[in-house]
Design a protein around this ligand. Structure first.
Ligand code: PDD
Length: 279
């Protein structure tokens, strides 16, 4: 069957889904997005993803009236019950008759959604190499904006250096990855930077903190200095797509013994069990 996608109220084959070259998403990157896992047809933490979407939409002054139920109804035809998928949702400020930085008078948002098969990320169990880089992104990283040039260039720089993720540094503190949140284990305590305009409030991050609280794993939301990370016994990067990924080598130096650590193992088991309990 040809993959169907959703575009502005219609379901159609991917090849037939077209938007104007004057769409502000195309011309300005003027839009926001979400990536939502669906395990065996069940959307994971949909309410949380939609709450974050609404924050992003409010952040770019493009609020939409859709409820969680409305979004669920839009996604349902894109889901399959026998595989794991990720749903990509993108909303832009739509077509405008001329290219102008200021908002157009009439705004009809472009709403696009597609699903693709979600395969386990190999680095999740083996661990990955990462490199630290200066965070050259903007000041509103809590908005999940489609304008991703900063993130893309940083991720590619990490790849060019032989890593799978860039860990970003602002004013001497590590904040998050190019497409992931960051956790470190320091003196047996799990630490992640607090929510702020410097990071995307990750849904996986929230789930991990809930699981830590429910299972007596000591944790704290706190800033992490770059030097502290160098002494961490474990470092993880987390996202909906890759889940909890141990960093086993950072800037060419091994983290711990260079293998995924025991707290990662515990948390990964807890997350897998939590996912299974929902399906
Ligand atoms: N990115 N920080 C950034 C900058 C991200 O791009 C992402 C996810 C995260 C983790 O958020 P979550 O746990 O909700 O996936 C943190 C998605 C997967 C992407 O851009 O494809």
């Amino acid at each position: 069957m040809t993959a169907q996608v959703y575009l502005n109220g219609e379901y159609l084959p991917l090849a037939d889904a077209k938007v104007s070259v004057l769409d502000r998403g195309f011309l300005f990157g003027d839009g926001v997005y979400e990536v939502i896992p669906a395990y065996r047809g069940r959307l994971f933490r949909l309410e949380d993803h939609i709450a974050r979407l609404n924050n992003s939409l409010n952040g770019i002054r493009l609020p939409l009236p859709h409820s969680v139920t409305d979004w669920e109804a839009i996604f349902r035809p894109l889901l399959e019950n026998d595989i794991d998928q990720s749903v990509y949702l993108q909303i832009t400020r739509g077509y405008a008759p001329k290219r102008d930085h200021g908002f157009p008078e009439q705004v009809v948002p472009t709403i696009f959604a597609m699903s693709s098969e979600l395969k386990p990320f190999a680095g999740r169990t083996s661990g990955i190499k990462a490199v630290t880089l200066d965070d050259t992104r903007w000041q509103r990283c809590n908005i999940k904006a489609i304008t991703l040039l900063g993130n893309i260039l940083l991720r590619q720089e990490a790849i060019d250096q032989g890593g799978a993720e860039a860990i970003l540094v602002r004013n001497g503190y590590v904040v998050e990855g190019a497409a992931s949140n960051l956790f470190a284990v320091l003196d047996s305590e799990l630490i992640t930077p607090p929510k702020s305009h410097e990071i995307l409030p990750g849904i996986t991050r929230d789930v991990i903190l809930e699981l830590a609280a429910a299972n007596n794993i000591p944790f704290r939301e706190d800033v992490i200095a770059l030097e502290a990370l160098e002494n961490a016994s474990e470092v993880w990067v987390t996202s909906s797509i890759r889940e909890i990924v141990p960093v086993v080598e950072l800037d060419g130096r091994l983290i711990g013994n260079g293998k995924p650590g025991p707290i990662w193992k515990r948390m990964d088991d807890l997350l897998q069990a939590y996912k299974t309990s929902l399906t």
